[in-house]
Design a binder for this molecule. Structure first.
Ligand code: MG
Length: 263
């Protein structure tokens, strides 16, 4: 018996796919043929919609999942239809936005690091992604920067400078991935998408970056979700199977669903 009062909300990168890779057929089959029979399913990713669709196997994704949230929910789809968009430009306005961009460009211009490439700032609808090395570095250069950053604290120092300069703006500065810093309005983390999810008794969230400072942390800790910390796509499948077994067991005993935590 399907239990549509439960929705499973999945992070994408590292949770349904290995980092930066495309979803594997066994995961896709598991989600669409097994999980979807029992629960509604939804996606929330920090990337833009194009990247999420690429990673998850194309534009059918918005129809196959009850909700698809790109950029943490600033771009929101329900039942295949776009229901919302929100932009950092609307939130900040051109003047404040330029103050921020100009500061970042000057800071990077004055920075001496082993390697610099191109695309130091990527302007997305919901956030500004700033990279001291530049986003179009090679994979080797990316790894080398990440190591250099661990020893020389290039990004933590950059974040400190940003926090000092823009203390008057309600902005979050978050070190993300290997080479960049994300800047976005306070509250525009993954919890943002929860305002669109209605009518469920339980929202089970599955994510891989649930520790403090990770991009799944706030939604994992949120009172509105039951959080599941996963280590890989294989672990996600294992934990969802555990959840399905627990729910079945409760139903067979005639118990109402109660919040539960899988480890
Ligand atoms: Mg992730």
């Amino acid at each position: 018996m399907a239990n549509k009062k439960i929705i499973c909300l999945f992070d994408v990168d590292g949770t349904l796919t290995t980092p930066r890779q495309v979803v594997k057929p066994d995961m896709e089959k598991f989600l669409l043929q097994t999980v979807r029979k029992e629960f509604d399913i939804a996606l929330v990713g920090g990337s833009d919609l194009v990247k999420i669709l690429e990673q998850m196997g194309g534009s059918d994704v918005v129809n196959n999942f009850k909700y698809v949230f790109a950029e943490n929910g600033l771009i929101a789809y329900r039942d295949g239809k776009q229901i919302a968009t929100e932009t950092i430009l609307d939130a900040l306005g051109e003047d404040q936005l330029q103050e921020l961009l100009n500061f970042c460009l000057r800071y990077i211009a004055d920075l001496k690091i082993p390697v610099k490439r191109g695309t130091f700032i990527e302007f997305r609808s919901g956030l500004i992604n700033v990279s001291p090395i530049g986003r179009n570095c090679s994979r080797d250069e990316r790894n080398a920067f990440n190591e250099y950053d661990k020893e020389n604290l290039i990004r933590p120092k950059f974040v400190q400078a940003l926090k000092k300069e823009f203390a008057h703006l309600p902005l979050t500065f978050s070190i993300g991935g290997q080479i960049s810093i994300d800047i976005f309005p306070n509250g525009w983390d993954k919890t943002y998408c929860l305002k669109y999810i209605e009518g469920y008794e339980e929202i089970h969230f599955f994510g891989d970056k649930t520790e403090a400072g990770g991009n799944d942390h706030e939604i994992y800790e949120s009172d509105l979700t039951i959080g599941h910390r996963v280590t890989s796509p294989e672990d996600t499948i294992r934990q969802v199977k555990m959840l399905m077994a627990l729910v079945k067991e409760k139903q067979s005993k005639g118990q109402l669903p109660v919040p539960m935590q899988c480890l």
